[in-house]
Design a protein around this ligand. Structure first.
Ligand SMILES: [Zn+2]
Length: 503
């Protein structure tokens, strides 16, 4: 104990006594700002045969804010592009914001300034604040490429049924500016218009799971990231999240060995129970037409008609999430579906739009919304949450965009089936209804989250369109819709049984 205290003291004395003599003749390091071709010079001192630079001089060149000085504690804080860089005399630790970096040699104080070894200090700056800083020790030249990159780094997460690529960005891009594809050689490409990619940071990506390589390219008007995938991808989704900004990509891979029991269950799949979910109910009336038709009543009637068609023509058991005009929380609906071992979940709604000319039918899948229209529909259908009691509302509070991605990932084993079911229902409705087919869509519907079975949400028509409202009020039209949904389910079942008998 005694000994180590003495040694520290002893070393300090050496430093103090040597400081005055050891500094050799001053030289300088050129600084070139690549963007505006501005040149400057950093004055240096030679300390123990190595160039050291003045931190105050660094601040003069890189910051328009004065450094903070604490003379008593021999500490200087630089403010470089909204970052705090803390340097202390005789310490080799530099603190950038709250992160600690270490210099190869400690800093030395001289004439109310602190000097740091140039090479290792520039390397810390490059790894923290200025990825575009490159120091050439031979030429004694620091090139600064102070581009504000908007695509900053990539992190990879491996899940049992896929991989999530999280591309950190410093802004939101419009969805139309992001494009992606997987080529035949197993590369996934993501191109971002107006993207400025920090290629040096992308190079440092920690590859894992199915990703074996990540490459980035800067083009004139776009940036491209390429990911080498070592396995088959059965689908992918690209989505932007905010707070923090990121482009999130989910790559769905075939089930691994861990989920082989699920595969087995799927092979033994038999459509024995269908869960039918009539939207809204009770205090939640859903959409209302100009002539007073209420969504909750129309969809309950259609749902019951689908149910009786199934019961009349098959041995499939039908489970309703509601059979009367009662309020059922959204989370409770999938809970019923899971608890009753449902093999399909079909939620039935009618739509509404401020534009009363909009009409037609569409079927939705649970996935992050792609279009404003789809997001709008989901947010209206999700609004029932506001009518739920306090405690049950908490079940949704954390369901942010990020959580939605995880929820859709969790459903990825049913994704293909859900898509098929939706397509069959659309086809059959198209055959039976003389109303526009608005196609297959996707958005984040809470009522579908957590369903452990293929699931879709049918919007059978627009109650806001006077013509469709009139039709929806007629029982023969509701029977047609029910027939369409029923026929879609039958076609889906046939296609599944076909596949299974082929195996
Ligand atoms: Zn609805």
């Amino acid at each position: 104990m005694q000994k180590s205290v003495f040694r520290i003291f002893y070393l300090s004395i050496i430093h103090l006594s040597l400081l005055a003599n050891i500094f050799a003749v001053d030289t300088s390091i050129g600084v070139l700002n690549i963007i505006d071709k501005n040149e400057d010079e950093l004055s240096t001192i030679n300390y123990k045969g190595e160039p050291y630079i003045s931190v105050k001089d660094i601040s003069r060149i890189l910051s328009d804010r004065k450094p903070y000085e604490n003379a008593a504690r021999q500490k200087i804080v630089l403010y470089l592009s909204d970052n705090r860089v803390k340097i202390s005399n005789l310490s080799s630790f530099i603190i950038v914001n709250d992160k600690i970096f270490q210099l190869t040699k400690h800093a030395v104080g001289k004439e109310e300034d602190i000097y740091v070894p140039a090479k290792s200090f520039f390397s810390i700056l490059k790894n923290s604040i200025y990825p575009g800083a490159d120091y050439d020790a031979g030429k004694k030249l620091l090139s600064l490429n102070l581009i504000n990159f908007n695509i900053n780094s990539v992190s990879i997460e491996q899940k049992s049924n896929g991989t999530i690529l999280r591309i950190k960005t410093s802004q939101q891009f419009s969805d139309g500016d992001i494009s992606s594809f997987i080529n035949a050689n197993g590369w996934f490409y993501l191109t971002v218009k107006d993207g400025l990619v920090d290629t040096s940071m992308i190079k440092k990506t920690d590859t894992k799971g199915v990703i074996t390589k990540v490459i980035s390219n800067q083009f004139d008007e776009s940036a491209q990231l390429a990911f080498r995938i070592r396995t088959e991808i059965i689908g992918h989704e690209v989505y932007q999240s905010s707070d923090p900004n990121a482009i999130v990509v989910t790559l769905r891979t075939p089930f691994n060995k861990l989920s082989s029991h699920i595969k087995e269950l799927k092979n033994r799949w038999r459509l024995d129970t269908i869960v039918l979910d009539a939207g809204h109910g009770g205090k939640d009336g859903g959409a209302v037409g100009k002539r007073g038709a209420k969504e909750k009543n129309i969809v309950l009637d259609i749902t019951k008609r689908v149910g009786s068609l199934i019961e009349k023509n098959s041995h499939i058991k039908v489970v309703y999430t509601r059979e009367e005009d009662i309020f059922v929380p959204l989370w409770r609906r999938t809970q019923i579906a899971n608890a009753t071992n449902g093999k399909l979940f079909v939620s039935i709604h009618v739509n509404s739009n401020p534009n009363r000319n909009v009409r037609g039918f569409e079927t939705y899948l649970l996935r992050p919304g792609k279009t404003d229209d789809a997001i709008e529909v989901a947010s209206r259908e999700n609004s029932a949450i506001r009518m739920e009691e306090g405690k049950s509302r908490n079940k949704y509070s954390s369901m942010t965009g990020e959580k939605l991605i995880m929820a859709t990932m969790a459903q990825s084993m049913f994704m293909k089936e859900s898509e098929d079911l939706a397509a069959y229902i659309q086809d059959e409705l198209d055959r039976l209804l003389d109303s526009p087919n608005r196609g297959l869509k996707q958005a984040g519907f809470y009522v579908l989250i957590g369903a452990s079975m293929p699931n879709v949400l049918v919007e059978a028509g627009y109650i806001s369109n006077p013509n469709e409202e009139r039709k929806l009020k007629s029982s023969s039209y509701r029977q047609k819709i029910a027939k369409g949904i029923y026929a879609g389910i039958v076609s889906f079942r046939k296609s599944k049984e076909q596949i299974m008998s082929d195996n």
